[in-house]
Design a protein around this ligand. Structure first.
Ligand code: URA
Length: 441
């Protein structure tokens, strides 16, 4: 087997064999193929695409490039949930305790922030004392004892993806449908769940910004799941604006606590209920998403979801008192409220720019080794379609310094477009994709 021949075949748009895919995936995992040859192959894949068969084989080869987690010691059907990445997108912290409170085990491995998007592990680490690094045994024990655990990856899951993803990030080859689908699904299949709910974002803050691109990505991942023998439901949801009103690590934990305490409703709650209801269906807990939603609503109203979040924080060494008093979460040096300064309607948001504004404040990493400031970020109460007046609050900034607040204010103002005429609010859900087809909303 020879890398130059594999690159040449893909450059000419030909289909790679299973053996050729295995060869470069093993080489990526073991780091025996030089980066320049892998990078050339990634660009050829980005430009020529892959057949469904190639994409599925690539996914399975990446899954098998490292450890595959065995969750069989946890009774019942384990359903995972994964988002393709967004801003203010903290559904895991809302739905994991709600789903667990409905009696379905949630054994979830989450990731860190990437680019403009936030990561659940970073948010969880803003809870004083909380650890996301559990051994596989401790992880399984916690799920068996309280029904829920959210941790970082144990072992070495899909190491080939680690190599390829790092190269894609610096060679302009992230936006390739077969590469995104295989990257996400290889990790999900390796993490040991029996079924998967995918939240595929669409809009200005999403990895796939067009609706058709997002639906195609959803279909590709559902097909991979079917071929790998795992039921997958992919829900295409809007990321034209941050999902929750809070953006930043501790702020998003606060948003989730506010939702579970019944103090906040809106898009974050709605999308969490939607995704959670499909998790309950895939787990066999109920027959329809409507039934699932009613169960989740009951867990929310009775505060059993909030109690489960508290239990999870305590089990992972975190201070559960933050659930009763959110001021115990990290607090910033500067808090500044900014007004809209004009009348009209909120028309559009550049959500990637909003995510980058939070990252620049210290909520995300610019370099891999950057330390985060958990306290920073912003609260953005306005949503597309809202009518505003000059004194309407545009945002509240939580910053390390006045200078950082100035920069964030300028970036947020630039990212939000106002109109004089009324604007329709975009839908929260665009489509539900399963192996049986696409249900457009
Ligand atoms: N998230 C991943 O894990 N991989 C991608 O390729 C894109 C988003």
């Amino acid at each position: 087997m020879n890398m130059v021949n594999i690159i040449t075949k893909k450059k000419l748009g030909q289909e790679l064999t299973a053996q050729e895919i295995d060869y470069f995936v093993q080489g990526a995992a073991r780091q025996t193929i030089p980066d320049y040859q892998l990078a050339a192959l990634l660009m050829a894949i980005r430009l020529q695409g892959m057949t469904d068969q190639e994409t599925t084989h690539l996914t399975l080869a990446m899954r098998d490039s490292g450890d595959v987690c065995d969750l069989s010691a946890i009774p019942g059907i384990k359903v995972d949930k994964h988002s393709t990445g967004g801003v203010g997108d903290t559904t895991t912290l809302v739905l994991a305790p709600l789903v667990a409170a409905c009696g379905v085990p949630v054994a979830k491995m989450s990731g860190r922030g990437l680019g403009h998007t936030g990561g659940t592990l970073d948010k969880l680490e803003s809870v004083p004392g909380l650890s996301v690094e559990l051994t596989e045994d401790a992880f399984i024990r916690q799920v068996n004892s309280i029904g829920v655990a959210v941790i970082g990856q144990t072992g070495s899951l899909a190491p080939a993806d680690k190599t390829l993803y790092a190269l894609r990030d610096v060679t302009a080859t992230v936006d390739s449908l077969p590469l995104i689908a295989s990257s996400i699904m290889s990790k999900k299949l390796a993490s040991g769940a029996d079924a998967i709910v995918l939240d595929v974002k669409t809009g200005s803050g999403a990895i796939m910004q067009t609706l058709e691109g997002s639906i195609q990505l959803a279909q590709a991942m559902v097909n991979i799941g079917a071929l790998a023998g795992k039921p997958v439901t992919a829900i295409v949801t809007g990321m034209e604006q941050p999902l929750g009103t809070h953006v930043g690590n501790a702020l998003e934990v606060k948003d989730a606590i506010d939702v579970l305490s019944g103090r906040t409703t809106g898009a974050l709650l709605e999308v969490s209920l939607l995704l959670g209801s499909h998790m309950l269906v895939l787990s066999g807990r109920c027959a329809t998403p409507e039934e699932g939603r009613a169960l989740l609503q009951e867990a929310l109203d009775s505060r059993r979801g909030l109690a489960k979040l508290k239990e999870m924080f305590a089990a992972q060494g975190g201070d559960p008192a933050v659930c009763d008093d959110v001021s115990l979460l990290p607090q910033p040096a500067v808090i500044r409220t900014v007004q809209v300064g004009r009348s009209g309607y909120v028309a559009e948001m550049d959500t990637t720019a909003l995510g980058l504004a939070a990252q620049a404040m210290g909520a995300g990493r610019v370099q891999k080794t950057d330390a985060l400031d958990y306290s920073v970020g912003f609260v953005l109460p306005v949503r597309i379609g809202d009518r505003v007046q000059p004194d309407t609050t545009l945002c509240t900034l939580y910053a390390r310094s006045e200078e950082d607040a100035d920069k964030a204010e300028a970036a947020i103002r630039k990212a939000i477009v106002f109109a004089d005429e009324p604007v329709e609010a975009p839908p929260l859900c665009y489509a539900i994709v399963t192996k049986d087809g696409i249900e457009r909303k």
